[in-house]
Write a protein that binds this ligand. Structure first.
Ligand code: NAD
Ligand code: ZN
Length: 347
């Protein structure tokens, strides 16, 4: 079968590899669609010390069950499935408490999380083998629209669930970066809250589309964005700021606009940094602000965002490419040419 391998820093290659063999608890999925995440660009540009060269890329995968191991129940050939991106063990303390994205077996301070497309072979291929526990049925959803929900749906759903209690009708939430994750986040926020939603992007086209995804106000990133948001909130600031970019200007903006007792969620891996100064003068944050650096999401988050898609409340905007044109898709993502999420189609 064809599989897109990460072979060296900055270098991907479509190679012929054997179809994986499954064990008793595993399922072989014939891939129908594999989403391309901005994280794949970050992975592509790791240096020589990256331990996972040779891995098949792709952590947003949907397709149809080809075969299932003898120990697998309730899944049969032909079923339409989503392959989850967070492969938790299911039995450790974190998993038992519903925090599979902090699984202590498959990821820790000393071990990279077991994520398909990073640490194990992912979905940019014709087939993937996966433990049956890491599959969700997608029913009648189109696999092309469903595949990005494994991350571009999961991660925003998780982030929003961490601030769910803050989403009062009179609260303001700012979403920075209206790309693959951000345009889904706007739809989720519009579906689960009546809060005022402000979207910000550096790209005018993204800004223009933001209201169609549920933003009440959309602003171009720039010097006056902070002033505009403070004016919108009577000088108080935004209750919640979700940064899907994570470069220095967006992190600085988040700090400038967050309200006292507000929440900042930095999802983007753009390399910006966050100073902390525990003094009365020269403070970097208002009192009481809660900052998190979320990772992926839980099984509940995955189920919830799939349900929103099934209800027609979340729809991923996709740009499709044949798997053989993966390089073009990576380039278009890097050059900001996509309308939504790039999805690779094998075959
Ligand atoms: P994307 O490229 O689809 O979207 C990024 C958006 O940010 C684009 O619309 C772009 O125009 C906008 N942008 C770029 N620079 C900006 C700036 N200075 N100000 C405002 N907007 C700006 O990316 P994506 O796939 O949605 O991923 C977003 C980020 O989230 C990436 O860094 C990715 O690695 C990260 N990510 C993190 C997790 C996690 O678990 N923490 C999961 C998935 C993705
Ligand atoms: Zn676990």
């Amino acid at each position: 079968m064809k599989a897109l391998k990460l072979v060296a820093p900055g270098k991907i290659e479509l190679r012929d590899v054997p179809v994986p063999k499954i064990s008793d608890n595993e399922v072989l999925v014939r891939i129908a669609a594999a989403g391309l995440c901005h994280s794949d660009l970050h992975i592509l540009h790791q240096d020589d010390s990256w331990p996972f060269f040779g891995t098949t890329m792709g952590h947003e995968t949907a397709g149809f069950v080809e075969s299932a191991g003898a120990g697998v129940n309730g899944i049969k050939p032909g079923d339409a499935v989503l392959v989850r991106a967070v492969w938790s063990c299911g039995t450790c303390r974190s998993c038992r408490n519903g925090r599979g994205n902090a699984c202590s077996i498959n990821g820790s301070r000393t071990q990279f999380p077991l994520t398909p497309g990073l640490a194990v072979d992912g979905g940019m291929a014709e087939f993937i083998k996966v433990d049956a526990r890491h599959l969700n049925g997608i029913g009648a959803l189109d696999p092309v629209a469903a595949a990005p929900l494994a991350d571009a749906g999961l991660t925003p759903m998780h982030v929003i669930n961490t601030v769910r209690a803050r989403l009062a009708d009179d609260a303001t939430v700012v979403v920075i970066g209206i790309g693959g994750l951000g345009h889904v986040a706007l739809q989720i926020l519009a579906a689960v809250s009546n809060s005022q939603i402000i979207a910000i992007d550096a790209d005018a086209t993204r800004v223009n589309h933001a209201t169609s995804y549920g933003a009440d106000l959309a602003l171009l990133a720039g010097e006056d964005a902070a002033t505009r948001i403070l004016a919108e909130t009577d000088g108080f600031g935004a209750d919640i700021v979700i940064d899907f970019v994570g470069v220095q200007p967006t992190i600085d903006l988040a700090r400038q606009i967050v309200a006292p007792e507000g929440a900042i969620r930095i999802v983007g891996l753009g390399g910006g940094s966050f100073p902390f100064n525990a003094s009365l003068e020269g403070e970097v944050l208002p009192w009481g602000v809660n900052v998190q650096r979320p990772y992926g999401g839980t099984e509940v988050d995955q189920t919830e965002v799939l349900q929103l898609a099934d209800d027609g409340k979340v729809a991923v905007q996709t740009d499709t490419y044949p798997l053989a044109d993966a390089q073009r898709a990576f380039d278009d993502l890097a050059n900001g040419k996509l309308k939504g999420r790039a999805v690779l189609i094998p075959g």
